[in-house]
Design a binder for this molecule. Sequence first.
Ligand SMILES: Cc1ncc(COP(=O)(O)O)c(C=O)c1O
Length: 396
Amino acid sequence: MKLSSRIHAMQESPVRKLVPIAQKVKQNGKKVYHLNIGQPDIETPSVFMEAIKNYDSRVIKYSFSQGEPVLIDAIRDYFKKDGIIFDKDDILITNGGSEAISFCAIAICDPGDEILVPEPFYTNYNGFTGESNVNIVPITTKAKDGFHLPKKEEIVKLITPRTKAILFSNPGNPTGTILRLDEMEMIKEIAIEHDLFIISDEVYRGMAFDGLEGLSMGSIKGIDDRLIITESVSKRYSACGARIGAICSHNKGLTKEIMKLCQARLCVATLEQIGAAALYQLPQSYTNEIRDEYQARRDVVYEALQKIPGVVCEQPKGAFYVVVKLPVENAEDFIIWMLEEFEIDGETIMLAPADGFYATPGLGIDEARIAYVLNVEDMKRAMYILEKGLIAYNQR
Ligand SMILES: Cc1ncc(COP(=O)(O)O)c(C=O)c1O
């Protein structure tokens, strides 16, 4: 029996593909500091479980396909604090930010259509688009420019009659870059001039360091009909397993059509939506605390990286990732070696190879992504292991 060419064309997650190796070495007793995946160690706020415990129903019923009204209202209030007003029918609850982007790709694009994405990008964008035969066209950004966007003409050159949208995460995964206002205005101009949708993936919003504001694309005027913001509780509220996200758009035609996809999968888990509503109601002070914690981790990691000979990286400004150029030929080979061959007192680290975050072949081969999702002490230890590991690897 033959499987579809679509499934064969889809890439294995480069973040998860080395997991079996890590599992094996862990079974043999080695401790692995996981810096390869964006799974924060921060406790999910207790209001999540409390809201679920207080949920008064003898039957766990299907929720509405659009989502639980209490969650929709909580998300509307979250945006309202920044002057971004959504109607009730502008918000569709999804199974994480992941499903939100998949649904957008299906709704906007026909097979063979194209979406522009600044690279390096969150590698699962390949999956979210590949499943509907949509092609990602990369806009290459460079570490030396802080992974900021190139000039308008460089981006416009990539637009074809098949280009339907521009998709980006802000703050950026894996770069930690925060878009400047002038870049957001440029995206607006390009989208209007070339009639494109803008998919602004804001799952890391609120995690902007050094006093940067980290604006939502929703603050930019004049793009109401073409802007889609995708949301999630995974990162901001450290609730990755809740699988709650949302599509937020003023384009009523679009949300009406995407409702068909929501109906086809019936609904999102009822209880998790109740918990998520409580998360969105947390005060700004909660998000500020989380931001400060990640900034402290960023500082530890960046300071340590700067002291390691041959390592090159830009200081990330948001989210909880940094892309580093390592003094090795092949980062994946180094990462596997660290797992299988290296340890200090029974401990090692796991990074994510960065080539999977690029669509342009050959880019990122000597780069890795570090997720600073562990506490400051663990991050210090992990950076020490990285430094010693690099020396040992290059002396083999
Ligand atoms: C940029 C970005 N967008 C979307 C997602 C998906 O998040 P969710 O857990 O909400 O599906 C992630 C997860 O790591 C991400 O980094």
